[in-house]
Design a protein around this ligand. Sequence first.
Ligand code: ADP
Length: 378
Amino acid sequence: MIQVKNVTKKYGNFYAVRNINFEVKDGEIVGFLGRNGAGKSTTMNMITGFIEPTEGSIIVNGYNIDSKPKKVKKEIGYMPEGTPLYSDLTVKEFVTYMAELKLIPRKERKEAVKEAIKSTGLELVQNTLTRNLSRGYKQRVSMAGAIVGNPKILILDEPTVGLDPKQVIEIRELIKSFRKDHTVLISSHILSEISQICEKVIIIDKGEILAVDTTKHLEDNTSENTVLKISVDDINNKFLSIKDEIPEIINIKLTDENDEDKTKEYLVEASSKTDIRKQIFSICAKNEITILEMKKVENSLEDAFIKLVENRPEYSKKEIKKMQYEKELEELREEEKNKKEEKELKKQAKKEEKARKRANKIEKKEKKKEEKEKGGDK
Ligand code: ADP
């Protein structure tokens, strides 16, 4: 379980997130939804312990990240935004490196890497350099790095960004397959993404939480009104007059008209949740209007999101500029960090190679000595 309590993150005087509170319970897949710059990555980076909150506390599976950062990091698999992989490593080497960073004991490491590669469908490319993979496969490698060691909690930052539609479906299916035994927090600025994977959603805007609810509940409560989509064959043009006979109808809007067969499509909005379909049928029959199709229009998560966010002020030009600038700075810092880590990794590999050569040399020498001694004995 993840508990975020009264958390604020400030950069100078700027609130990236302000006094946010939410919980992700065991076994839930929760969507973290917000426009770009809303504070999603900042929050995720705090949950994973990469940055510290200015105020408030974060508790992961009972451990406070402040006092037990190592324990928390072990419980979490993190897939950062933008697949930062080490391009000189093969898939297997990268996942092994991630396993090392997570302090998975040497004895268990090989098996853990094998398991992560298998469950992300990377077996066939495990010896390929990550830089030679397609974007979709890179995303899988990043996912393998997150799930190695089977952490109970997965934090996935915009996991489908930049993928083509087929790859999006593949990654989505992969995430769904983790549903059984993981707690997942997945961020996105794309609504359809969240509504297809998650049962619960947290909506964040300008650093503040606007809603924590089930996707179903959010959709159902978006509008008090019922909207029906009705296609009719109405040669006498009488459909609009049904409004006079059914007081619940608030509005009728013509949405489509077929020039060839003269059929028309309307959106009928009625107050309250009373079912007016029967009344529509009988009035249309009376007026010789043939109903070709009638269906209820479900409210979408998109409606809910727009309704929640629409009354809030847009970002000013200055704010957007600042965000872009900060983002660029952050990317530069990240690049620097990656370069440094890559350098460290190469240095380490060189050292290991040297040690291996030395060990081989010693082994050879000892063998020779043994053989010599054996020869002498004879
Ligand atoms: P999201 O992930 O929702 O797109 P972020 O969490 O990345 O949003 O950013 C939230 C806000 O905090 C943005 O306005 C961003 O510019 C700002 N921000 C993020 N990181 C930093 C930083 N290191 N320094 C200053 N401002 C930052």
